[in-house]
Write a new protein. Structure first.
Length: 81
């Protein structure tokens, strides 16, 4: 799970989707990276797919918010120089 979260966060910070607003880029990328896990066959017990999907959406939005905040901080320091 750690590696999936790390790769998702890196992908959100690197990929820019120009036709999608900032708040939608993270959830879209996180959900796309989650799709292979959702179609895997169930190995043990009941796999709660909707919890994983909700987690991807919330985590993606949080990463988008951090990306926007860091970009604003970067613009502030670039303007000050």
């Amino acid at each position: 799970m750690y590696w999936q979260a790390l790769i998702t966060a890196i992908a959100i910070f690197v990929v820019v989707l120009p036709s999608v607003p900032w708040w939608g880029q993270g959830p879209l990328i996180a959900t796309a990276l989650l799709m292979p896990q959702l179609i895997l066959p169930l190995v043990r017990g009941a796999y709660v797919w909707y919890v994983a999907l909700l987690n991807a959406i919330v985590f993606g939005f949080a990463c988008s918010l951090v990306k926007l905040s860091l970009a604003d901080i970067g613009h502030f320091f670039a303007a000050a120089a």
